[in-house]
Every structure is written in structure tokens, then in C-alpha cells.
Design a binder for this molecule. Structure first.
Ligand SMILES: [Fe+2]
Length: 230
């Protein structure tokens, strides 16, 4: 039997292609993987009240964290159902562009807040463990890194990130103006400091440096070390 054309113009496919098409069809019909919406701030984080970052701030912050998780899931569902016909995509405006751009903002926001809350609630101070060694190797001393971190916190519009670069096997501090800027590829996020005003205005009004100094006193360095790749 020819696989190219049957008597009435009907097309069919070789068995291998049919099997591949069936596999792709199953992939398309699989439900999208969703992130878990956080139900609470980790209890240890509330110990930051001793340095002035209040429970009220964290509780309000939980609503924002949940919002990023919910929107991540909403966009994943929309991307699952979107018409992927390339002729309908457009760089000025299209559903594909809107979903992809906002996906990075939503999922970035979810991840950043996950790391922010995971690495708070400790005793702060000088770094410990392997992270301390990595910081010293990259910045010469903890004090130099700390000054760089604080300065980046004043220069950023939203975030400061400490990333582990798998290519160079070193850490680097990045500035983040939003949930989705500006780290580079092939990094593991070890520490994320939120410097959006919602993270500190209730407690410190416009005095961001006071918030940063308080934050430095409640970093959980054990949690930061636990995020290092094995
Ligand atoms: Fe935030």
C-alpha cells in the first residue's frame, strides 16, 4: 500500500510517523505542571521582628507571593491551550508574546519570593559554610561582599540576587529591577533580597538602608548553604 495517497485523495502516514503523531498528541493533552501556592510564611521568618521587619509586613507579603503562584499557574494553563500557529504570533502584540513575557514575571516572582522566605529567619551576620568560602574567593572578604550587596540593594529597583555560576563555579551578586531581570543563565539562586517598597515601607518608611541592615541580621546562612548544588 502506498502511504502517499489513497484512491479518493485521502492521505495516510507510515506507522512510525503515526506513532510519533500519537505521542505528540498525548504530550499536548497532558495537563500542565502547576506550582504549589504557598499557604503560609515559614514560621522561622517571623523572628525578623526582633530587628524590626514585622509580622504585618510578612503577612501582607504572603498575599503577593500567592499572587505570583496563582498567575504562574493561570499562564501555564493558558499556554497549554494557546493556538501555536506561528502566523498568529507577533512581536508588537500577540497572545503568545503577552503570555511568554508575563510568564517570566509571574514565575520569576514566585521563585524570588520562595528563595527570599527560605533564606530568612536565621541569625544573619557573617556567612558560614561553603558559601562563606565562595564569597571570599569571589569578593576577597565577606566585608567586601557585604558592602557590594548593600550597595546593590540601594541601586536596585526590586531585587538583589546572589547566584552560583555553574560555568565559572563562583558566586556573583546581581541587580534585579523586577521579578524577571537581570541574572544570566546557568546559575543557581542562593539568596534573594526583596527591595521593593512593599518589603520595608510599613516598618521603615523610605529608609531602605535601615531595612537592608535589618535584613542582614536575619539571613539564614544554613538555608543558603543548603541551596548550593551538591
Ligand atoms: Fe516582594
Amino acid at each position: 500500500m502506498s502511504y502517499s495517497r489513497l484512491a479518493h485523495g485521502e492521505h495516510t502516514q507510515p506507522p512510525l510517523i503515526v506513532a510519533k503523531m500519537e505521542m505528540l498528541s498525548r504530550e499536548v493533552t497532558m495537563e500542565p505542571k502547576l506550582v504549589t501556592v504557598p499557604e503560609a510564611i515559614p514560621v522561622k521568618v517571623y523572628s525578623s521582628e526582633k530587628v524590626g521587619i514585622s509580622k504585618a509586613t510578612h503577612d501582607a507579603h504572603l498575599g503577593l507571593w500567592k499572587g505570583y503562584a496563582n498567575k504562574t499557574n493561570e499562564i501555564r494553563k493558558a499556554l497549554h491551550e494557546i493556538d501555536t500557529d506561528p502566523s498568529k504570533a507577533n512581536q508588537i502584540y500577540s497572545q503568545m508574546r503577552a503570555l511568554k513575557v508575563n510568564y517570566a514575571f509571574a514565575y520569576g516572582g514566585f521563585i524570588n519570593h520562595t528563595v527570599y522566605f527560605d533564606t530568612m529567619g536565621g541569625d544573619g551576620g557573617t556567612a558560614s559554610g561553603d558559601v562563606a568560602t565562595l564569597i571570599k574567593d569571589a569578593y576577597g572578604s565577606f566585608e567586601h561582599w557585604e558592602a557590594d550587596w548593600k550597595s546593590t540593594g540601594m541601586a536596585g529597583r526590586g531585587w538583589v540576587f546572589l547566584g552560583y555560576d555553574h560555568d565559572e563555579q563562583r558566586v556573583h551578586t546581581y541587580i534585579g529591577d523586577a521579578q524577571d531581570t537581570f541574572p544570566t543563565w546557568n546559575h543557581t539562586l542562593l539568596l534573594a533580597m526583596d527591595v521593593y517598597e512593599h518589603a520595608y515601607f510599613l516598618d521603615f518608611q523610605a529608609a531602605r538602608m535601615k531595612y537592608i541592615e535589618a535584613y542582614m541580621q536575619c539571613i539564614d546562612w544554613n538555608a543558603v548553604n543548603a541551596r548550593l548544588p551538591k
